[in-house]
Design a binder for this molecule. Sequence first.
Ligand code: NDP
Ligand code: OXD
Length: 309
Amino acid sequence: MALLFRSSVDSEARWKPQLTRLMPELDVRLWPRIGDRADIDYALVWRPEPGLLASLPNLKLILSLGAGVDHILCDPQLPRHVPIVRLVDPYLTDAMSEFVVLQVLRLHRQDLDYQSQQHAGIWHELPQKNAGECKVGILGFGEIGQDAGRKLAALGFPVSGWGRRERILAGFPTYAGPEGLFQLLPRSEILVCLLPLTRETEGILCARTFAALPRGAGLVNAGRGGHLVEEDLIPALDRGQLSAAALDVFQQEPLPPAHPFWHHPRILVTPHIAGITNPTTAAPIILDNIRRCEEGRPLLNQVDPAQGY
Ligand code: NDP
Ligand code: OXD
């Protein structure tokens, strides 16, 4: 049983020992030295080269190294008959929620203003609100969105969520579909994007969306760079429609050195680290799906390519 490991960001040295410790019979082949392509049963990937998966004639299952699968579905030669599973790992979910809580608190507690006051040696008290007075709207109320929502709610933030389908969740007002979006936005003093990148969600963080938020709202984007229409952000910040943005993901990664986001005083930039996949916790989850596939049992977290997530 052979598995191709291909990641454009992660090192094989972190993964191979974890995988083979738990499944010694697994023959892990590291791109590009993969031997006979006909041997490969499984592909564990992050942003594989277009056409790579199509070149594996006996591929049984594609496993994403992350929660998102846009990096797989964007391959125009993707073999459509091969099932795809994404990673749902409580460790990754916790990491994402930590990031969201951190950024929401930074925006809520005016961290950028106090940082610039410190740099200028200014001792000045700004008006303060409690969490209970700051409504948070979460776009993408799935595994990660709901966990982040629960943790923000525990701090006192009134949290609402938005998804594709209507759902009832105790303790959280939820909204769905395009109409629901424009009901949620005016109720979001901080808007958090935890959506998958699909045809429907691409460009969702745009001037029209910002205009529907309360004036001075904060933005956190930890979904994908493609959610944000980048040229709409700085005008919204400069006009005061948005007060600040914390961005972990970008249209182009790494963010080019000359990009205006690096030095804008109201933008916080992190290098796509909100949730980094941890081989120790993820390997057993990945191998569980391989075992399920071998035994003909239902896969966990299978993606619907037609929906894009
Ligand atoms: P889930 O599939 O569990 O949740 C996705 C949510 O998005 C669901 O609530 C879904 O709605 C909603 N959604 C999808 N399409 C639409 C749409 N067209 N309109 C409205 N809502 C929509 O995914 P996860 O929570 O596990 O992950 C979310 C994303 O987070 C990933 O796809 C990835 O892009 C990003 N991520 C980023 C990381 C980082 O380091 N920055 C790390 C990990 C993930 P419904 O509930 O109705 O299905
Ligand atoms: C993911 C990511 O999707 O790290 O897991 O972006």
